[in-house]
Design a protein around this ligand. Structure first.
Ligand SMILES: Nc1ncnc2c1ncn2[C@@H]1O[C@H](COP(=O)(O)OP(=O)(O)OP(=O)(O)O)[C@@H](O)[C@H]1O
Ligand SMILES: [Mg+2]
Length: 248
């Protein structure tokens, strides 16, 4: 996936300016940057969330523009975002949502009854993989979930839907030490399977486990620095103040 000269407006405010960035299959591209620098806006623009108006540039998937595609079409084309702040959905159980999502993929008209007999087992084994007890299948989506449990549930959906381009918006925030290791292991596994991964994070800790192929730093809606994992270490050690010197 390639983001080319992308400038984006939300409600008359320019939040991203002339962003260039690409993620290749089997690679992890990490995006860092201070609060409000535009990381989540970039993620939302890529998935096509309404309200994020592309005023210049393009987003390409396998060389073809996706800008005219709806959020649903982008999802079916294989782009998935694991949210920074996933919403709670009262009345909708984890297993019901997961079954509906898989059924939809399989083209089933009835979204409630598993379209394939392997679906329930798949749900249980993936819940286990992300460290959620199997009875979470019957909990309402994110209702009363702890911060870390919400992150684990997002990752459960990534594994369930098996997308090609995976955007992880702070998958490590709120996770305990073992949780961060688990996220790192899953990211490495997905990279080995050839997925293209855009990893938004504030912490070098996750990157020490993952070793991203590329690191981009956003600052005030612009690409302020690009490099390898050493850039993440520099941010951890010095904060973002060094960018002021570099940018002028
Ligand atoms: N709907 C909106 N209306 C107005 N401003 C918005 C809207 N959505 C985002 N912004 C602004 O866009 C800027 C970028 O926000 P964004 O959420 O992309 O930052 P971020 O880099 O993800 O920050 P964080 O590290 O805190 O998650 C912020 O200044 C934010 O207030
Ligand atoms: Mg954000």
């Amino acid at each position: 996936m390639e983001v080319r000269n992308l400038t984006v407006k939300i409600e008359e405010k320019v939040v991203l300016r002339d962003i260039n960035l690409s993620v290749r299959d089997g690679k992890v591209h990490a995006v860092m940057g201070p609060n409000g620098s535009g990381k989540s806006s970039l993620a939302y623009t890529i998935i096509g969330r309404p309200g994020y108006e592309v005023i210049e540039g393009d987003i390409l998937l396998n060389g073809k523009s996706i800008l005219e595609m709806s959020i649903d079409e982008r999802s079916r084309a294989g782009i998935l975002l694991a949210f920074q702040e996933p919403p709670a959905v009262k009345g909708l159980r984890v297993a019901v949502l997961a079954t509906a999502a898989l059924n939809k993929r399989l083209g089933a008209s009835d979204l409630t009854k598993p379209a394939d007999p392997s679906i329930p087992n798949k749900i249980y084994s993936l819940l286990e993989r992300v460290g959620l007890p199997s009875d979470y299948a019957y909990r309402e989506v994110n209702v009363g979930f702890s911060g870390g449990e919400k992150k684990r549930h997002e990752l459960f959906h990534v594994l369930l839907l098996d997308p090609k381009v995976i955007i992880l918006d702070e998958p490590d925030s709120g996770l305990d030490v073992d949780g961060v290791r688990m996220v790192a292991d899953i990211i490495k596994e997905l990279r080995d399977k050839g997925k293209a991964i855009l990893l938004i994070t504030h912490y070098a800790r996750l990157m020490r486990f993952v070793k991203p192929d590329e690191v981009t730093i956003l600052y005030d809606g612009k690409v302020a620095a690009r490099g390898g994992p050493e850039l993440a270490e520099r941010v951890e050690a010095e904060g973002y103040s060094f960018l002021n010197g570099d940018r002028h």
